[in-house]
Design a protein around this ligand. Sequence first.
Ligand code: FEO
Length: 436
Amino acid sequence: MTIIFSGMEAPEAAVHARILVTIMNYLAETQQEFRWEISMGPVEIKKNVYWVGAMDWNIRDFHGYSTPKGSTYNAYLVVDEKIALFDTVKKPFKNDLIGRISMIIDPGRIDYLVVNHVEMDHSGAVPDIVELVGPEKVVCSPMGKKALMDHYNRADWPYHVVETGQTLKLGKKTVSFLETRMVHWPDSMMSYIPEDKLLLSSDGFGQHWATSERFDDEVDASELFNHAAKYYANILLLYSPLIQKLIAKIVDMGIDIDMIAPDHGLIWRKDPGAIIKAYQKWSRQESGRKALVVYDTMWQATEKMACAVGEGLKEGGLDFKMFNLKFNHRSDIMTEVLDSKALVLGSATINNGMMPAMADLLSYMKGLRPAGKVGAAFGSYGWSGEAVKLISEAMRDMNINLVGDGVRVKYSPKKGDLDRCVELGRQVARAALLEQ
Ligand code: FEO
């Protein structure tokens, strides 16, 4: 095969040829399918700082979180006297990463591999990159080294452990590290390049949204913040107290930020302060005059009750949204929980318990620890009727302020039963408004 690099001077063509050979050799050696999307090259986000990650257009479930518009695994290459790669990508996307790096430099020139986070959506390609590149340092937090050992069992890698405040000189640019334990795993850290006012924020400030655009100002702001809110509600909500401390620490340290580049989704360059403010609000778990009625129904009796509860909520002064669990994903409901003050949950009784979808939601919600909510339960039953009691217990376990014992209706609700549901809605609305 002959490839002609037209319109180039000989030295430039030689560089391109070398890069192409590196890619082809790597693919031949590893017998990998060449699935890198040639139409989308690396993107320079700051001078000599490049996005070199991968788009995952097809992922639809991210450990229980629905991702109807896919995700991205962002990695960043900083080219200075020393060349550093910040994070990698999920393993099946390693060729996308290598391909994009190869459009900038020979990957063999990478000196430092910085592992900000060990979860496999970012570290899956680390073993291949270490093998290909042979970096001088694999930079990680103390917990990061432990996690890398636990995942990949490679004591021979050239670990360089950094703690908060430690720096690494690249040349004109410096990297300062900030450990961010539990945002999202114990190993997590962020990297800050003061010369560029650039925060490489790992999982923080991310969104699961695959786009060909790379920056916040290139997409619809409302959709972007919806994705960011869903990400916060489903990935970070339980760490809200830590996130409050982290943001306070960033402010205390006087870190000057004009760009936040997360490991998922769009890069915040237009107004990075806006997403920081949103995180402050979400981490305080501030809610609006809003209620959710979430239910699963067997023969529509519980659904009729849900409609009556909604009527009462509205009469009581709360706007509400209704979610039938047969048609709505748990992770979309969690997004709505983020700014809702009241949760009214309903289920028919089945086999002495609640409907499976309600049990799924409660288990998922409990793990994410929503705070400061009021709520109640309702549901129809035939003979035993345990669902309302079980839902109420689960809500109490989550420290949700329960309004009464809930409403149970035998078989199909009559006029008086529906009146009790309307009254339940009014009571929940009163309690919610009193707490605001
Ligand atoms: Fe995107 Fe916690 O990994």
